[in-house]
Design a protein around this ligand. Structure first.
Ligand code: 13P
Length: 259
């Protein structure tokens, strides 16, 4: 029995107030209440979380943020607190995205603090990991992922893992149009699941959803999602057009129905 699939749109630093509201409304309309075996979420930029929450109201689409501070509300200019995200209706937060690791200095240690803070204070976490092209070409993928997993999930309990989804996003596949082949992704997902068994237990490993991210589109989603260890997708570019995002959700729905 396959874990329930989780399809999430990461809008990154895109959209305007108007386009964010209409994109959210179009996603809700396109789903038309029919979501069998698939959970759907969107993660707009922070200023648009509240209007998007309003557009999602009454639907099954869940709301997530793209980052959070681990600090409690206070004197931290420019940061957004977990409490604020909860306040505007977020259930999820993406942490450890490669763009944050690469451009904003989010180290494994900082990400771990954020993961623990988010879980302690009521958010669920999409925890991202992924190797660079150079790592893959030189056969270091598993070694790199092992460090990201061990450090990013340091001190988490098995109970906390119930509220964590892992997103495997090979950096070389993000925004490049190059997708990991379903076989490459499956092999890496299987490695992550094995790591979860060793670090936690086979029940945590069996229950944890592992999303794939990196140039997921309507026409490659089904093949990826059909793999036994791929439990959803974290979608960048294709989540900015409702029809493209909905095509991915539809592919997930087809996979969920046949498995
Ligand atoms: P793309 O789908 O644009 O490759 O982005 C993937 C991603 O980074 C999602 O978090």
């Amino acid at each position: 029995m396959k874990r329930s699939l989780f399809i999430v749109g990461n809008w990154k630093m895109n959209t305007t107030l108007q386009s964010a509201k209409s994109l959210a409304a179009d996603v809700v309309k396109g789903l038309d209440g029919k979501l069998s075996g698939v959970e759907v979420g969107v993660c707009p930029p922070a200023p648009f979380l509240l209007p998007v929450a309003e557009a999602l109201r009454g639907s099954q689409v869940v709301l997530g943020a793209q980052n959070a501070s681990n600090e409690k509300p206070g004197a931290f200019t420019g940061e957004v607190a977990i409490e604020m995200l909860l306040d505007v209706g977020c259930q999820w937060v993406i942490l450890g995205h490669s763009e944050r690791r690469q451009f904003f200095g989010d180290t494994d240690e900082i990400i771990n603090k954020k993961v623990l803070a988010a879980l302690d204070r009521g958010l669920k976490v999409i925890f991202c990991i992924g190797e660079l092209l150079d790592d893959r070409q030189s056969g270091r993928t598993e070694a790199v992922l092992e460090v990201q997993l061990a450090k990013g999930l340091l001190n988490l309990t098995a109970a906390q893992m119930e509220r964590v989804v892992i997103a495997y996003e090979p950096v070389w596949a993000i925004g490049t149009g190059v997708t990991a082949s379903p076989e490459q992704a499956e092999e890496t997902h299987a490695y992550i699941r094995k790591w979860l068994t060793t670090r936690f237990s086979s029940s945590v490993s069996d229950a944890t959803r592992i999303q794939y991210g990196g140039s997921v589109k309507g026409d490659n989603a089904k093949e990826l999602l059909a793999k036994p260890n791929i439990d959803g997708a974290l979608v960048g570019g294709a989540s900015l057009k409702a029809d493209q995002f909905l095509a991915i959700v539809r592919a997930a729905s087809e996979v969920a129905t046949i498995s």
